[in-house]
Write a protein that binds this ligand. Structure first.
Ligand code: PEP
Ligand code: MG
Length: 579
């Protein structure tokens, strides 16, 4: 038995046999061809490019239908490389001048590109190596007469084990029946992670050498919730996980029945459950899970999918798609939150010494007003199509809020000049993510229609702990008494000022904090769509008076450990199946 710990990128438990995808290299039969064979090689190359392009376009269409245009855009780069002449011309030149075979010339040129991309400082460009490798494999497959994509042939419900998946292989997952995915490479925000999460396939990544540890047909336990993969488990482990697998399945079917039921406590207090999304297609998942609207639409993902800045129309199309699928439910669009851990191409060229304390989020937008206004105009245009709200991230003072509003005013004028309709009184809100905003919340609330507490950042800035640094990960906790007092104060002041206050950090989707947050007075929660049913379940089995008692007790504890232990105990008492 071998137990490997990685990063759980898509939750759920599965037990199945392994199918190990080897890092396949196509064997190239001949390096050289005779002079009179070069014409044939050139024709073969042209056919290889044509077949590859057709395949990529088909993949892009299928993906767009199944997962939305944003994810399908992964293949724009492949389409461009295969349809423009540059790569083909360079390969053709090698065939003609060196008498290389088409396959050998293809490998030679593609490897050259991979080396050049690998040496680039720009992180996004370096990641292009995987795309070039993908294009090379596809071309070589056609040049060597191999048939269809390898993943199509995956039979039965297996756990797919691989070193890494190319973007096209992850796209193919949608057509296979894989039960789980385990990879050496990858992390939470990789393409593959996004795809498997959206398809609900449990997955663990960042396992280093799982593709060497697991052999074809080995029994494997994959726990995407805990980020564990157990290869060749012993009987005890297998028995334990069979119970866990069954429990998760029962819980999932139990939670589905809650979808259309209200999030109301036993003593009749209604709570609003919203969802956080990154891509338009997730609005459908949000509705399927019973969310009552979108509390946080992280629009910066529009930027990260492509090398070009999105146009006003691309912004608009994305917002329009979400608003249309949500009907009359609220859609809160957060303006660009770039910087820190989410870089555009141009930002990544100028690394900062302390990026989380640097030019990120609203600060970046206020120094780059043109792209900011492009986004604001698109949101305003979409504002007449539904219940749209606009939210500014990382506000740390009044001047910043006023400047952001001025930019919004400018965007309104631009539209007025062109007679384009928009909602002038669109509700404006801010995220409370800095201690500065929390301490000045009263003044800020006089100038906004709503606030949303972003605990992911608020915790890191309150505790001075980088939220993405695994070396200090144990210090990063929502249970710290200082964080809890800050939350109490924000919620209390919002209540006095009668300003709607939601919480949209990960904490909102963790069942162990639901009682506490209810007890502190929170009535609007926004979380990943998949978390909505569990949180609804906790709300439906408790009373506000019980939650107030729990919160009162928690606020008297001195350490985060006491807080976490107590909250876990209390949640287990009312909803044992969730923890
Ligand atoms: C937060 O900081 O809590 C938040 C919701 O924003 P993000 O995770 O996108 O920084
Ligand atoms: Mg944030």
């Amino acid at each position: 038995m071998e137990i490997k710990q990685g990063i759980g990128v898509s939750p759920g438990v599965v037990i199945a046999n392994a199918v190990v995808l080897d890092a396949e290299e196509y064997r190239i039969q001949h390096k050289y061809v005779s002079a009179d064979e070069t014409a044939g090689e050139l024709q073969r190359l042209t056919r290889g490019f044509e077949a590859s392009l057709t395949e990529v376009d088909m993949l892009r269409d299928t993906m767009a239908r199944q997962l939305g245009r944003d994810i399908a855009a992964i293949f724009d780069f492949h389409h461009n490389i295969l349809s423009q002449n540059r790569l083909r011309d360079e390969i053709s030149a090698l065939i003609t001048t060196n008498n290389y075979s088409a396959a050998y010339a293809t490998r030679d040129i593609c490897h050259g590109y991979q080396q050049r991309f690998l040496q680039m400082e720009d992180l996004l460009l370096r990641e292009r190596v995987r795309d070039i490798r993908d294009i090379e494999r596809r071309l070589l497959r056609h040049l060597s007469g191999h048939g269809g994509e390898d993943l199509y042939e995956l039979a039965g419900s297996k756990i797919l084990i691989a070193h890494d998946l190319t973007p096209s292989q992850s796209a193919h997952l949608a057509q296979t029946r894989v039960a789980g995915v385990a990879m050496d490479a990858g992390g939470l925000t990789s393409h593959t992670a996004i795809v498997v999460r959206s398809m609900g396939i449990p997955a663990v990544m960042g396992l280093n050498n799982i593709s060497q540890v697991a052999l074809e047909d080995d029994t494997v336990i994959l726990d995407g919730t805990k980020g564990l993969v157990i290869v060749r488990p012993n009987e005890d482990m297998l028995a334990e996980y069979r119970v866990e697998e069954k429990r998760m399945q029962d819980l999932a079917s139990d939670l589905i029945t809650l979808r259309d039921k209200p999030a109301v406590t036993q003593d009749g207090v209604e709570v609003t459950l919203l969802s956080n999304i990154e891509f338009p297609y997730e609005s459908k998942t949000s509705l399927d899970k019973g969310a009552q609207g979108i509390g946080l639409y992280r629009t910066e993902f529009l930027y990260l999918r492509s090398e070009e800045e999105p146009t006003e129309d691309e912004h608009y199309q994305a917002y329009h798609a979400v608003i249309k699928s949500m009907g009359d439910k609220p859609v809160t669009i957060r303006t660009l939150d770039l910087g820190a851990d989410k870089y555009t191409k141009s930002q990544s060229r100028e690394p900062e010494r302390n990026p989380f304390l640097g030019l990120r989020s609203i600060r970046y937008c206020l120094q780059n007003l043109e792209p900011f206004k492009v986004q604001l105009r698109a949101i305003l245009r979409a504002s007449v199509e539904g219940d749209v709200r606009i939210m500014f991230p990382l506000i740390s003072g009044l001047m910043e809020l006023r400047q952001a509003k001025m930019a919004l005013g400018d965007a309104m004028e631009d539209l007025e000049e062109k007679d384009i309709p928009f909602r002038r009184d669109i509700p404006i809100g801010i995220m409370v993510e800095t201690p500065a905003a929390a301490l000045q919340i009263r003044e800020l609330m006089r100038e906004v229609s709503f606030v949303s507490i972003g605990t992911n950042d608020l915790i890191q800035y309150t505790l001075a702990v980088d939220r993405g640094n695994e070396r200090v990960a144990p210090l990063y906790t929502a249970s710290h008494p200082s964080v809890l007092r800050t939350l109490r104060d924000i919620i209390r002041k919002a209540d006095h000022a009668k300003v709607p206050c939601s919480l949209c950090g990960e904490m909102a989707g963790e069942p162990m904090y639901t009682l506490l947050l209810l007890g502190l007075g929170l009535r609007i929660f926004s979380m990943a769509p998949s978390d909505v049913p569990e949180i609804k379940k906790v709300i439906r089995v408790t009373t506000i008076s019980q939650a107030v008692r729990v919160a009162g007790r928690v606020l008297r504890f001195d350490t985060d450990r006491q807080v976490s232990n107590y909250l876990r105990d209390q949640t287990r008492k009312i909803s044992p199946e969730l923890l």
